[in-house]
Design a protein. Sequence first.
Length: 358
Amino acid sequence: MTRILGVETSCDETAAAVVEDGRRILSNVVASQIDLHRQYGGVFPEMASRQHILSIMPVIQQAMAEAELDWDDLDAIAVTYGPGLPGSLLVGVNTAKGLAYGRGLPLVGINHIEGHIYANWLIVGDSPQEIVFPSLALVVSGGHTELILMTDHGQYRRLGHTLDDAAGEAFDKVGRLLGLGFPGGPAIERAAQEGNPFAFKLPRAWLKGTYDFSFSGLKTAVLRIVQKYEDKVSSSADSTKNRRIAVSQPPSVIRRLPVADLAASFQASVIDVLVEKTAMAAEEHQARLIMLAGGVAANRLLRQQMAERSTLPVLYPPPALCTDNAAMIAGAGYFRYRVGHRSGWDLDIVSNLKLAEG
Ligand code: KG4
Ligand code: ZN
């Protein structure tokens, strides 16, 4: 039995978890900073790292207590060393290094994107999912949109990625435009339930002949529609022309905006492209399985449409394991640890770390 403590601080969640043999979660603690960042309409990096410093040790202690383990019962510590916000990553990496050194445990540095993929291995309920290779992972989060062909443990080939905004970033920006607050993903999904996905004809960037994605045109199309409503509401030209995308809409605009229809149309546009490209890549590369990963994989419509579109089995973690957590880092850590992967005490953060290039 191999037990690994995972530590994750790449963005705005301070997380620690203990996982056995890469699949069985013994504890999984996430201290979310969402309430802290909401007032800024997005993650404020400096605040995030300061909050990580305050939360990291209590979170790790709680993860150890909930797992009912002693430090001697652990085999290794796995930690996210990239990609992510530098100040945030530093807190996790240095804490993990200090603990591993002090307790005489091996240290395993993990790529955050790899962690998201390995969330699919974590056992939830009674029947563990069996994962076969090659499998195709669609990693969609606030920072990433990548299609990754996985031919074995630790073997990745990137088939495509976003050329501009990540899918989650688009959800967050459009959420702000529609006055739905932060994070936009869950809020748009909720609002879209009451809306008509065909109400607005929004663009879909197919980027034919590639498995790449682009969401900035879609975001701009929503902005234009919002501005049209704004023009109707406001007689002052200044307030309409110079609006910055990051600013939430004033209540007078929001009252008139068909928020539910816009949310549903936007969501459908993002998901159509994600699903179609993933299904096509899976066919071309003869994948035996599709895995969804990352915060946007919590989206029910994405899960549903992916399962309907593909004849392959489609796996996805439960929502709490789609968004950032440390169980996925401990899980990925196990599969690296068991083949002898160890990081040195000079392990440093790599904020733009890649999993694999095309
Ligand atoms: O994986 P994650 O927690 O952090 C990153 O590594 O970025 O993903 C967070 C992202 C946010 O952009 C959030 O809006 C999005 O995932 N998200 C969703 C949903 N839940 C979270 N997007 C669409 N639908 C959801 N239900
Ligand atoms: Zn993430």
